[in-house]
Design a protein around this ligand. Structure first.
Ligand code: ADP
Ligand code: MG
Length: 640
């Protein structure tokens, strides 16, 4: 066969395979056109697994002259020269979508501009246009697409089940609605109204509407020229998959592993294994630092410096999470939907929303309420204590001295009243840290100290009451969080011991990873790890916190380097230290089965108020469960 130029129809059909791989993609294209046309109301109907789709908008419409051009390939009203590409405000610009979709379907375009006497209609069948007709119609544009892929049976086979295609369409529309809070969306599936999202005043309100959780919380952060804005649920409200992490770059919905990792990172130590955050995150940067048009349907994005985006996103969430805004100062834990009465209206009918309900549904097997015996086993002398030399942690470079490698206290003992075996972070042996008998300073308006302690149940739970409910606090989990936060604070505050290696510890990795890691050298130093290049494929560690074992150090740095290369940022070191601290905390605090005096329990609660994240243990388990009095009254048959 000699070389031939493909006919425009064939070119369109080939392109259609890319642009409208699945009905959800073409829905996205049509809705973006409506939004580009300035619509404030968009109505989407779909049937038949998305082989019939209708999008109605109240946008600016098209002139009868432009109407047929809209279906031509590379016909667009949005750019005219290549310079315009860099100042794009619209979603479309390729002039490809309508040409592609109309080449593989029957399309009816009806449009009317403001001020026009009537509407104009154009029908096209698999790319063949019929003459334009005058019809009745209101301002805006209606695109009806039918018979999708009927001229391409091969493509038809690629479509999934009707239910799967409908779910994909609904997920796409959720994302579109999240990105455009000021646009009203009405969504009909098989003629049934499934969503009606009125226009909202801001992103938070829209996210509450769409994710069906209230309240959500807001965080913002910037790293150089990258800004992140996040709206998210408190860590009591979790999902079973990552599907409820919604990411937007320049307000376009994107799939991005690095940004997703950044979101998960922010929830570190707040979620249990298999739990995922519910969050929507918008990342904005100057257009010159981002490429969002890698592929029309893959919705991927490429940042000039991915680590800035990673850090901005993690920072936006973490900054607010660490303040635990869901704890009302004098009130109660919010959105702990223990009995389904609070924490929002989760739509279980939506398969895309795989929420699990709030954690820690209480199990009210009758626990004997014993009053504590006084002051048992909490004298400091009963605990193994190891005295180490103290050394202050001075920054910057002066702390790198090639001399001391002695064992020293991990933390300022006077401050923390805790001693740890710092040689063995994964320690097996248990050495409990006393709960101080000295009164801990109260935090004014603190939630935990406002609980009225009634006693201890089963030598495990602190039994309290507060307003309209009983609150049970797991003594071990609570103390664990307190000890963990103290350790992490000491580490972040530079109050830990640094071990200087006489000879740098050499870690081999690929040159690419070495380079990535060295970019982070300054950040890593702040965490107490000092590195230097030893060769193109080797990093040397000059000094590191004493409590990170050498064998772990190599693994952690290698993982960090991998993450830096893959996703532009890494919190591996924080994670590793967090894990070590969690293990240390777990092994060093009061266990279940220890009697506590009322004063000790009160003290522990007061201590918890000093750490906003006290409602979770460092492994993400809940620290308390609630039992509202109305539930008690129901159980006693006082009310029905
Ligand atoms: P692009 O959006 O990349 O320009 P499309 O093929 O999606 O390409 O659309 C082609 C043109 O048709 C647009 O540039 C616009 O002028 C017009 N158009 C499409 N949809 C609408 C709409 N809903 N309202 C007004 N004009 C529209
Ligand atoms: Mg378009």
């Amino acid at each position: 066969m000699s070389i031939q130029v493909l006919s425009p129809e064939v070119v369109d059909q080939i392109a259609a395979g890319e642009v409208v791989e699945r009905p959800a993609h073409l829905v996205k294209e049509l809705v973006e056109n409506s939004i580009d046309a300035g619509a404030t109301r968009v109505h989407v109907e779909f049937f038949d697994g998305g082989r019939i789709v209708k999008v109605i908008d109240n946008g600016k419409g098209m002139s009868p002259e432009d109407l047929p051009k809209a279906l031509d390939r590379f016909a667009t009203s949005k750019i005219s020269k290549s310079d315009d590409l860099w100042s794009l405000k619209t979603f479309g610009f390729r002039g490809e979508a309508l040409a592609s979709i109309s080449s593989v379907s029957k399309m009816t375009l009806t449009t009317r501009r403001k001020g026009d006497e009537q509407a104009y209609q154009l029908i096209s069948e698999y790319g063949k246009k019929q003459p334009i007709e005058r019809v009745g119609g209101s301002q805006g544009t209606t695109v009806l697409m039918e018979n999708l892929f009927e001229n391409m049976p091969a493509r038809l086979k690629f479509l999934k089940s009707d239910a799967a295609e409908h779910t994909a369409i609904k997920t796409t529309l959720k994302a579109m609605a999240l990105a455009h809070h000021d646009v009203e969306f009405r969504i009909q599936e098989n003629s049934k109204l499934v969503n009606f999202w009125t226009a909202c005043k801001d992103r938070k309100e829209r996210a509450e509407q769409i994710l069906e959780i209230k309240p959500l919380f807001v965080g913002e952060a910037s790293r150089e020229y990258v800004k992140a804005y996040a709206v998210f649920a408190d860590p009591h409200n979790v999902a079973k998959t990552a599907k409820n992490i919604w990411l937007f770059a320049q307000n376009r919905w994107v799939q991005d592993r690095s940004l997703q990792a950044a979101v998960n990172e922010a929830y570190r130590s707040l979620l249990m294994h298999g739990e995922f955050p519910i969050a929507a995150v918008w990342v904005e940067t100057d257009p010159e630092y981002i490429d969002v048009n890698i592929h029309p349907t893959k919705s991927q994005v490429k940042f000039h410096d991915p680590s800035l985006a990673f850090r901005a996103v993690a920072g936006a969430l973490r900054g607010t999470l660490e303040k635990a805004p869901w704890i009302q100062q004098s009130g109660q834990l919010r959105s702990q939907a223990q009995f389904g009465e609070a924490g929002g209206t989760v739509d279980y009918s939506d398969p895309a929303a795989t929420y699990s309900s709030a954690k820690g549904l209480p199990n009210f097997a009758a626990a004997p309420v014993e009053m504590p015996k006084e002051n048992l086993a909490f004298n400091d002398s009963t605990f193994k204590t190891t005295q180490f030399q103290k050394k202050d942690f001075n920054f910057p470079a002066s702390s790198v001295q090639q001399n001391k490698t002695s064992y020293q206290t991990l933390m300022d003992a006077a401050e923390s009243r805790q001693n740890f075996s710092n040689q063995n972070p994964d320690m097996e042996e248990t050495q409990s840290t006393p709960i101080s008998n000295e009164t801990v300073a109260p935090v004014s308006g603190g939630y935990w100290s406002s609980l009225e302690v009634l006693g201890q149940a089963n030598l495990t739970y602190i039994v309290t009451q507060h307003r309209d409910k009983m609150v049970f606090v797991d003594q071990h989990a609570a103390h664990e969080r307190v000890a963990y936060e103290k350790l992490m604070n000491a580490w972040k505050g530079g109050k830990i011991d640094i071990q200087d290696f006489l000879f740098p510890l050499a870690i081999d990795m690929s040159p690419e990873k070495v380079e990535g890691l060295l970019l982070l050298a300054k950040d890593i130093e702040r965490l107490g790890v000092f590195i230097e290049p030893l060769g193109p494929g080797t990093v040397g560690v000059k000094a590191a916190p004493l409590f990170i074992k050498e064998s772990i150090l190599g693994k952690v740095l290698d993982r960090m380097a991998t993450e830096v290369v893959d996703q532009g940022g890494s919190y591996s070191l924080e994670r590793a230290v967090g894990d070590i601290c969690a293990t240390m905390a777990c092994h060093s605090v009061v266990r279940a089965g220890q009697a506590l005096s009322i004063d000790q329990m009160k003290n522990l609660l007061r201590e918890m108020d000093h750490f906003p994240l006290s409602s979770f243990c460092p492994h993400g388990r809940p620290v308390s469960v609630e039992y509202p009095f109305y539930k008690l009254e129901k159980d006693f048959g006082r009310i029905v």
